[in-house]
Design a protein around this ligand. Sequence first.
Ligand code: HPA
Ligand code: ZN
Length: 351
Amino acid sequence: MSPAWSYAGRVETFGETTTTAAPPVAELHLHIEGTLQPELIFALAERNGIELPYADLNELRAKYEFTDLQSFLDLYYANMAVLRTEEDFADMTRAYLARAAAGGVRHVEVMMDPQAHVSRGVPLETCVNGVASALATSAEEFGVSTLLIAAFLRDLSEESALEVLEHLIALEAPIAGIGLDSAEVGNPPSKFERLYRRAAEAGLHRIAHAGEEGPAAYITEALDLLGVERIDHGIRCMDDPAVVERLVAEQVPLTVCPLSNVRLRAVDTLADHPLPAMLAAGLNVSVNSDDPAYFGGYVDDNFEQLVAIHGFSVAQRATLAANSIRSSFADEARKGELLEAVAEWVRGAGE
Ligand code: HPA
Ligand SMILES: [Zn+2]
């Protein structure tokens, strides 16, 4: 199947040299199911003989107007119905990797939502093997190193999450860690203490969404009760100076997703986004796409708009890139290579 994306190869010019707006980065906050582009949804529906509730691409695209996280999640879960076979998961993953690589991503820690597939009758092996098979050839094919993270749906029970985690462990699934996503408010980190304890016992990395729509207190809970190594989003920390102070002191990585926050109305506009203030406060922030097929762009699009709206300098962009690399779970040798690539990008930018 031909890829359902295209890349315009946008560049900026600095004096004599030309460089891309986005530095080489590690993408640390990416839901693979959120990379499913409308064209691929139609292609997979046809391949699998599935009738979509939309007459055409335009009717589907008209649904991409969100009022909050839940309004997005409803469409995100509905569209997953087209993912049935290993090949479907692999094609979706490969399309993301190709597009991300073209936009500067050099390392990615891909989240997937196994419960969203198992609950509609897709075997765990099918979704894991499909995504993992595309990740396995990514370094060679796209120059992008990869890790896989199983994310659990916080609006489901802890028992459901534990059952799937045990199954993943029994299958020796190639996962590096676990995450926590879906509807945040009313589903605090404290609901998943046993899950995170089990993941730690199994030697898995631990991350969690917190402070996207939920309060700053959820960030503290995720750190203290779940022992997470990174916080996904975390923007609501800005409501509580004591939480900011702690996050700065401990240099807890926050994987921020500016375009996502605008599309889900966590912030009104990109001009109102707290990322510049977060950087200025000394927080360990990075830039990520979250669900690029739904939120209007990949990592490079996020950087491009941050430059356009906030005038982020080469030095600021290099800091964001270095933060992403240092906060990744890549090995030290890979981190060193990627940090060198950032330094090279800065030299090319001539600032
Ligand atoms: O932005 C998100 N937030 C919470 N859950 C999610 N699942 C996919 N994307 C998201
Ligand atoms: Zn997310």
